[in-house]
Design a protein around this ligand. Structure first.
Ligand code: PMP
Ligand code: GLN
Length: 381
């Protein structure tokens, strides 16, 4: 028998795969994994087709197509009035997850500590551990999931190498404010601590609030990898394309790893995406679109027994079921699938210690008809 020492003991298949599979098996409405159930713009599909016919079928340049990187730079400048150099500061990746992995792999050595805020996107902690790093966790509490920066400071040691931010946040839908950013600046000024800022939901921010990208703060920008994903922006999560913005010094290290874990990413799609996002209305309308979905879903659930938590951004609405049951959230969400026909994600899955606040997450990036049908079922709970 082969003796294999798992590098990730205790890690099993991700909750997203598990819940989507269960939803299919039980014919339940799938509000678990975050992806739209409607088609992306047919124009985008035509552009991919055209790019293939035009011959964009061989390797793209290692850091990404020049056309796409230049278009990303234009988009970033238009939105935030900040310049990133497409040649030296922008790298196209196979989605946000690869960008996160690559940034961590480029920086984290055995024994380095990385601070994360939980509930957290599920790839952060296993990636850090895979690299021999140590995860320092700050557990946020419902309903606001606000960060007390004095508590963050207490997690600092001489080994602190990086802090991972995520705004708007998955799964809570909370966002960081400019005051958060100012507190963070005070904490990191004068240190070598780097920041990995997961901004894949940058466009999904509601009620006229302004996305607080770390790039808006020079003290943070100079030490940050910013991760973005076209999956959310284009309603095409299956395309797995994104990018990383970082100052030249950091991008250099990022690309050293990127060239060996993917080399380069899907060429015709890079061409098509660049053509598509040349048109600003293809990214400026998306916040309003999802705000309507959020408002619609919240209004549908208003007279259910679930208690709605705040949602300022992202694809996700968290709800408390503590007034309905004191089951564990994993058990409750299983029962929701089997007895009521709706799939959700138990928020304990986003805490390494499986902290259970009796909260589940629904994805509202769905057709209104899907949301209405799900709400009908949820009102029976
Ligand atoms: N970060 C967060 C917070 C996410 O929710 C996701 C998944 N949607 C990702 C990163 C990964 O994005 P991608 O699908 O582009 O890999
Ligand atoms: N980000 C998506 C979510 O939170 C899922 C990504 C994945 O399945 N890995 O639901």
């Amino acid at each position: 028998m082969l003796n294999i020492q798992s590098k990730l003991p205790g890690v099993s298949t991700t909750i997203f795969s598990v819940m989507s599979k269960l939803a299919a098996e039980h014919n339940a409405i799938n509000l678990s994994q975050g992806f739209p159930d409607y088609a992306c713009d047919p124009k985008l599909v035509q552009l991919v087709n055209k790019a293939m016919q035009d011959g964009f079928n061989q390797y793209a340049p290692m850091p990404g197509s020049t056309f796409l990187k230049e278009t990303i730079a234009e988009k970033v400048e238009k939105l935030y009035n900040i310049k990133y150099n497409p040649e030296t500061e922008i790298t196209v990746t196979a989605g946000g997850t690869q960008a996160i992995f690559t940034a961590l792999a480029a920086i984290i050595n055995a024994g380095d500590e990385v601070i994360i805020f939980e509930p957290a996107y599920d790839s952060y902690a296993p990636t850090i551990k895979l690299l021999g790093g140590l995860v320092k966790t700050y557990e946020l509490a419902p309903p606001t999931y606000a960060i007390d920066w004095d508590m963050v400071k207490k997690l600092f040691t001489v080994k602190t190498r990086m802090i991972i931010l995520n705004t708007p946040q998955n799964p809570t839908g909370s966002i960081l404010s400019s005051d958060d950013m100012k507190s963070l600046i005070k904490l990191v000024a004068g240190t070598d601590i780097l920041i990995l800022s997961d901004e894949v939901y940058e466009h999904l921010i509601y009620d006229e609030q302004k996305h607080q990208s770390v790039m808006l703060y020079p003290e943070l920008k100079q030490r940050s990898f910013i991760v973005a994903s076209f999956g959310k922006l284009l309603h095409a999560t299956g395309w797995k394309l994104g990018y990383c913005l970082a100052p030249e010094k950091l991008t250099k290290e990022f690309r050293k790893v990127h060239q060996f874990n993917v080399f380069s990413v899907n060429s015709p799609m890079q061409q098509a995406i660049a053509d598509y996002i040349k048109e600003p209305k293809n990214y400026t309308e998306i916040g309003r679109f999802f705000q309507q979905k959020r408002d619609y879903f919240r209004s549908l659930l208003a007279d259910s027994r679930f208690k709605l938590l705040p949602c300022n951004g992202s694809y996700f609405q968290c709800v408390s079921y503590s007034g309905i049951s004191d089951e564990k959230d994993t058990d409750f969400s299983m029962r929701l699938i089997k007895e009521f026909g709706v799939a959700s994600i138990p928020v304990s899955a986003f805490y390494q210690k499986a902290t259970d606040h009796k909260i589940i997450r629904f994805c509202f990036a769905k057709e209104n008809a899907t949301l209405a049908l799900a709400a009908e079922k949820l009102k029976n709970v």
